[in-house]
Ligand binder design. Structure first.
Ligand code: ADP
Ligand code: MG
Length: 331
């Protein structure tokens, strides 16, 4: 363990884990919540999810409300019992080696809960005590500095703003110096300024060596922060790619062409990614904006004898990728 002052997330791997071992390995994870009453079926929140979180990365878990993100995070945290499947954290199976798995991860839950009568310093000291860290080895002051709360050391938790509380929760999750930090919707409902601060904090901790997992439903946030993005919807994993690749899926542009007569044949061109009839007189052409352009596409279509009377363009972005991916899996 790194005991030097400075960023608390700068920890080293326990010797037992090989460098190739992912920070988190999830296989066939299923969660069915207990039914609300007799005769009712329990909610199937995770339907067999498998993925790895690579070490040293910022990993984004995206999905709409109710997708199963918190369920997954709470299973990692040991707060929700999985129905089946396996989870390894830092090479430790959460069933067979619960203690080591727990020590390897720090979780910032979605809900903010604090005893309002403790000060930030006390919150961290108590957490240190829970992890059996002796007073001399606790780093509460360092942690408060790291999350920019040093000046709130002795304030009652109830007097802190929402943003300060969230930062205190991050410090609390770092008390035992876990190599993996998980943040569940860290910026939901926080203002732009605080969101910036949290992004910086997360980036800093990652530079110091921490593997970060964050859930969000802000695409912009995932796009800016994450090296890799997995998308979960209705309890199923529907994408898991490096951010660059996922954004690359948004390189496509769409041209809607209205012709002077009913569409009976479709034009062809090497620049088309897709070409389809979407109305009596309408052709929808998808093309890659890196490899073609609207002028080229229009000339090609006209050269093939099609008379165009109207043109509309549509630009895809990560939002569109997200929507098209999430709408594929019917609920
Ligand atoms: P997300 O964090 O992606 O918004 P959740 O994991 O919180 O999604 O919820 C996934 C699904 O499981 C939702 O349909 C939710 O209503 C349900 N759910 C979450 N917690 C419980 C619970 N304790 N008991 C029963 N159903 C739950
Ligand atoms: Mg949630």
């Amino acid at each position: 363990m790194n005991q030097t002052a400075g960023n608390p997330a700068a920890t080293t791997a326990p010797e037992t884990s090989a460098p190739e071992t992912p920070a988190i390995a999830i296989r066939d994870l299923v969660k069915r919540y207990a039914p609300a009453g007799p005769g009712a079926e329990g909610k199937l929140a995770l339907k067999g999810v498998s993925f790895d979180v690579p070490e040293g990365k910022i990993f984004g878990l995206l999905g709409p409300n109710g997708a199963g993100k918190s369920t997954l995070i709470n299973i990692l945290a040991g707060m929700v019992m999985k129905t089946s499947g396996t989870v390894d954290i830092w090479g430790f199976d959460i069933d067979k080696d619960q203690r080591n798995a727990k020590r390897a991860i720090g979780i910032v839950p979605q809900e903010i809960v604090f005893d309002p009568f403790f000060t930030p310093f006390e919150v961290l000291e108590i957490q240190g005590g829970l992890y059996g860290i002796t007073k001399a080895l606790r780093r509460s002051e360092d942690l408060l500095r790291a999350v920019h709360l040093a000046d709130k050391r002795d304030a009652y938790a109830r007097t802190l703003s929402g943003g300060m509380k969230r930062r205190l929760l991050i410090a609390k999750a770092l008390v035992h110096q876990p190599p993996v930090l998980v943040l569940d919707e860290p910026t939901a409902g926080v203002d732009v300024e605080l969101r910036r601060q949290l992004w910086e904090l997360v980036t800093e901790m990652n530079k110091e060596g921490a593997t970060i997992v964050l859930t969000t439903h802000y695409l912009e946030e995932a796009e800016e922060l994450c090296d890799r993005i997995a998308i979960i919807n209705h309890g199923e994993l529907i994408a898991n790619k490096p951010t660059r690749e996922l954004v690359g899926m948004a390189r496509e542009k769409i041209l809607l062409l209205t012709l002077d007569r009913e569409v009976t044949a479709l034009p062809t061109h090497p620049g088309f990614v897709k070409c389809e009839k979407t109305g009596d007189r309408i052709i929808q052409i998808t093309y890659d904006k890196d490899h073609s352009n609207a002028g080229e596409i229009l000339s090609a279509v006209q050269a093939q004898g099609f008379a165009i009377v109207d043109v509309t363009t549509k630009e895809a972005d990560l939002e569109d990728v997200f929507v098209s991916l999430t709408s594929k899996v019917a609920g």
